[in-house]
Design a protein around this ligand. Structure first.
Ligand code: SF4
Length: 293
């Protein structure tokens, strides 16, 4: 009988290797497009360096960035997947093995003692988000996101006075982009979450920044239009690639929302850097698995 715990470990180590080394095709395509469109020589030189970096990582099978990130796993599972009970321990083990084998920089640090266990694990680390359960499914899907500290550092959460509504959201986003400057290594992908509670706003913003493909639009036309408008406004700020000016500060603005309480209007902004790493591993009960980006 197939040992699904072993399969999960093997598949996730492989997925982490793919995510750390290969930039997803939608991000690569977007970077190439903005390189072609760039008119500022300084920004164009930076974009050229970024694209060369991406190519070298592929060729040398080396991580795209020296900051190999803190690892988050977004888990979507079918309720009929037969090994749900061992998923979390398998993800921790995969993280330990991948840190040694790829190798990944040991980035997880105890905030109380300052101790670094050296294997990217620790209390609530890697971060495991049980994103959804499909009542009829029998698969396990893990989206692997190794995310750098520079882009996470500039995330913003605030409560907007409910009367300000979407004008308030625009202000929060533009203010966050200006304050972030070059810190998140632009061009970035900006995730915006609007909700009634702090946790939901941050959760939605983070998913928008790290999981949604560049080039996708929110299915609701009004939200899609707000994404388009905000991207235009962000790029008019002129911060540009690595803060060197030029046409592109962000590759995309992705927005999602949840219903709110009449008295609350929670807005979160999460940045993803140009090294927008992700890979999704899908495992069947038979032990077969695939990796997509
Ligand atoms: S923000 Fe991204 S590209 Fe910049 S150093 Fe961190 S991981 Fe690397």
């Amino acid at each position: 009988m197939v040992n699904l715990r072993e399969v999960i470990v093997k598949a996730v180590v492989e997925g982490l290797r793919v995510a750390s080394i290969l930039l997803p095709p939608d991000v690569k395509e977007a970077l190439r497009r903005v390189y072609e469109e760039e008119v500022s020589p300084a920004a164009k030189a930076q974009l050229e360096a970024v694209l060369r970096n991406v190519e070298l990582a592929e060729r040398l099978r080396a991580p795209i960035c020296q900051d190999t990130g803190l690892i988050t796993y977004y888990v979507r599972a079918g309720a009929r997947f037969p090994a749900l009970d061992v998923v979390e321990e398998a993800l921790v083990e995969a993280t330990r093995i991948a840190t040694k084998e790829i190798p990944l920089r040991p980035n997880s640090v105890d905030p109380i003692t300052g101790r670094n266990p050296g294997d990217n694990t620790g209390r609530y680390t890697p971060v495991v988000v049980w994103d959804s359960i499909d009542p009829k499914g029998d698969y396990l899907e893990v989206t692997i996101v190794p995310k750098g500290g520079g882009s996470e550092y500039v995330a913003v959460f605030t409560m907007v006075p409910p009367g300000r509504g979407l004008e308030g959201v625009k202000e929060v986003v533009l203010d966050a982009v200006v304050k972030a400057g070059a810190m998140p290594c632009p061009p970035t992908i900006i995730g915006v979450g609007i909700a009634g509670t702090v946790d939901m706003a941050v959760h939605l913003a983070k998913k928008c920044a790290v999981i949604r493909k560049v080039g996708s639009r929110h299915p609701e036309p009004a939200v899609a239009e707000l994404e388009r408008k905000l991207l235009e406004m962000v790029n008019e700020l002129g911060i540009g690639t690595m803060g060197m000016g030029g046409r592109t500060t962000a590759l995309a603005v992705h927005i999602d929302y949840a219903y709110r309480h009449p008295a609350t209007y929670a807005v979160a902004v999460v940045f993803q850097c140009w090294a927008a790493r992700r890979a999704t591993v899908t495992i069947k009960p038979t032990g077969e698995y695939s990796i997509t980006q």
